[in-house]
Design a protein around this ligand. Structure first.
Ligand code: GAL
Length: 635
């Protein structure tokens, strides 16, 4: 597959007279893909049933006539104002019972039958009209499920649907639900599914089993909403269908949504993320303010490669300052080019910039584009053109299996956030910490879904924090022949969020370790390890006959190992994780490196890449890399 570039365009924002010139400039900049349509419902259907396709026909024709390929988005993230009159109860409701009404976007509840049908209707009309259009070469469903906290809705529609979901999950047996959830505690027992409410507005913490079930239900609602659109589009078009996911949004199972789509795409805003999603210290935020975190984007590239079963894009790439983070600096010169090449290094087929031209009006008027509002070039288009030139002699995209894998489980993230046991403890952060340690050791990784059972070809597999681990996963990992790392909290709960008592977790075949007690730690109370590094935030007391390979300075075991399996009961700091990865990496026979601060490398089947995320030149084993420098060589 050839690597390509693209941009997000909103023809409905601009006078029609400039579309043709825009298209010509897009081609001149080396772009291939133009995504349109995803917020245009009020222009397509200004009044119920009054359809205006003429402008969209001409926009697609104008782009297509110049050889550009269109990604057409279904407009269901922004239902028009009249929809609220037709379905006054279609809005999501937040945990405090407040309606999340009209006036921005994503104002709908996934469980509302009326809106679900409207979303099918507009998707069908669009697919009928454009399914065979030769310029529509890909589709996007909706836009960014989960953006603005929109997965969990405490509406009446959600309550009714949740009861039905529970009835099906427990085969209509309310006693089975009471037993699985432990409802005998605090007299929470139910006599029928119709008595069950949503887990909000309770006096204190609701039953965690109830909360976890509600999160699973809410994720399934997204899968169903998306699938309904996909089925309709597929009846009219053979073009691949995508959805654009986000950074650190875990409220629905992306692997399950991804099963129904051909391509996973995501929206990469490295500077915005650094400010509010990475968990960076103030010093890291200053150091990387204009470059973004060196690992956060890479992790998502690997995650979405897995969600897309090999096929993935960046649908929105930050081109300059954004509008939505606490602070919105401009990228260091060269970073737009670096981010683009980094996506290609992780196997992206396409990188599309958000957006073609900065909007002079409405919510995102402070968000840069490839062009300024006056249509002059903004700095990012110069870097996009440079990448387009460099791509001419680059090889095709060839996904290759990495030697190291990390299991990523959305369900585990919901379990951690349901009962973290300590402020700020998050599964996503635990995965990011492990991912960073592997990158500091110069490794190339794959992320795998929790349903993986065939691990052939991997030398090292990490399954930290996976709270519920089905038995067949445990045995597949034990039999994989790879070095495997578990813990903390791997296997700590059964499928309904209770602690298994026979035997105590983690109950891993061939690894004699049990967790006798757990504690969470204040961030300012790390517990030092013998030999360097510390456990911080969370620590388990381990028992068993396996060999102790890391311990506290008080000789309490922190990591224990038998055969090729290791269980680590502490959340380790960077120095501790580096030691653990070194031990396991050596045992796995990996070629380990000690990467200079801010330098990262990745290999594909055909190329090796090095990236300098620092604001100054850095000496590396492949030579001096300038600030924001990219080095690539064929293997
Ligand atoms: C994304 C979204 C776009 C735009 C962009 C701004 O989350 O999909 O529509 O809002 O952020 O950075």
């Amino acid at each position: 597959m050839k690597r390509t570039l693209g941009a997000c365009y909103y023809p409905e924002h601009w006078p029609e007279e400039i579309w043709a010139e825009d298209a010509a400039r897009m081609v001149e900049a080396g772009l291939t893909w133009i995504r349109i349509g995803e917020f245009s419902w009020s222009k397509i259907e200004p009044n119920p049933g009054e359809l205006r396709w003429d402008w969209l026909d001409r926009a697609i024709e104008t782009l297509g006539a110049r050889g550009l390929k269109v990604v057409l988005g279904t407009p269901t993230a922004t239902p028009p104002r009249w929809m609220a009159d037709r379905h006054p109860d279609m809005f999501a409701v937040d945990a405090m019972g407040q309606v999340r009404g009209f006036g921005s976007r994503r104002h709908y509840c996934f469980s509302h039958h009326g809106y679900f049908a409207e979303s099918q209707r507009i998707t069908r009309l669009m697919a009928e009209r454009y399914g065979a259009n030769p310029h529509v070469a890909a589709w996007q469903t909706d836009n960014e499920y989960g953006c603005h906290d929109t997965i969990l809705s405490y509406s009446e529609a959600a309550k009714v649907a949740f009861r039905e979901w529970l009835r099906a999950a427990f085969d209509g047996d309310i006693d089975a639900l009471n037993l699985a959830w432990g409802n005998v505690f605090w007299s929470m027992e139910y006599h029928s599914f119709a008595e069950i409410g949503l887990p909000n507005l309770t006096v204190t913490e609701p039953n965690p089993a109830h909360v976890l079930a509600f999160k699973r239900f809410s994720s399934d609602q997204v899968v169903a909403f998306n699938r309904a659109q996909v089925e309709i589009i597929k009846a009219h078009s053979v073009a691949p269908i995508s959805h654009n996911y986000m950074g650190r949004i875990t409220e629905f199972d992306h692997f399950k949504v991804g099963q129904d789509l051909e391509i996973a795409t995501w929206d990469s805003y490295p500077l915005g993320f650094l400010e509010d999603r990475v968990g960076a210290t103030p010093e890291e935020q200053r150091t990387y303010a204009r470059q973004g975190d060196p690992d956060f984007q890479a992790l998502h590239h690997d995650l979405y490669r897995a969600v897309g079963r090999g096929r993935w894009w960046v649908m929105e790439q930050q081109p300059g300052p954004v509008n939505w983070a606490p602070y919105n600096p401009a990228p260091l010169p060269g970073m737009v080019r670096l981010w683009t090449w980094e996506a290609f290094a992780h196997g992206a087929e396409a990188v599309c910039y958000f957006r073609w031209r900065q909007a002079p009006f409405a919510q995102e008027q402070m968000h840069a584009g490839l062009l300024r509002p006056d249509s002059k070039d903004a700095p990012a288009i110069v870097e996009a053109r440079a990448v387009a030139r460099e791509m001419l002699d680059a090889p095709e995209v060839q996904p290759a299996q990495a030697p190291v894998a990390i299991l990523f489980d959305y369900d585990a993230d919901w379990a951690w956030s349901t009962q973290p046991h300590g402020a700020g403890l998050s599964y996503f952060q635990l995965i990011l910490d492990h991912y960073k340690a592997l990158r500091r050791a110069g490794q190339t990784m794959d992320i795998l879904p929790p349903t993986t059972r065939d691990f052939s070809g991997y030398q090292l597999i990490l399954a930290p924090g996976m709270m519920h681990m089905p038995d067949d996963l445990k045995s597949a990992l034990a039999a994989s022949g790879a070095e495997v790392l578990y813990g903390p909290r791997s296997g700590a709960r059964d499928g309904h969020f209770s602690i298994p008592t026979t035997p105590l977790p983690p109950a891993l075949p061939g690894l004699e370790v049990t967790v006798a007690r757990v504690e969470s730690l204040r961030p300012d109370m790390p517990i030092a390890l013998t030999g360097g590094g510390a456990a911080h935030l969370y620590l388990e007391e381990l028992e068993g006959s396996a060999e102790v390979i890391l311990s506290t300075t008080d000789r309490a075991p922190v990591a224990m190992r038998a055969g090729r399996q290791t269980y680590c009961g502490g959340w380790l700091d960077a120095a501790g994780l580096d030691r653990l990865i070194e031990t396991l990496g050596e045992a796995a026979g990996l070629a380990l490196r000690k990467m200079p601060e801010g330098i990262r490398t990745r290999r594909t089947a055909t190329e090796e890449f090095w990236f300098n995320h620092r604001a100054e030149p850095v000496e590396t084993e492949v030579g001096l890399l300038p600030a924001a420098g990219v080095f690539r060589r064929a293997l």
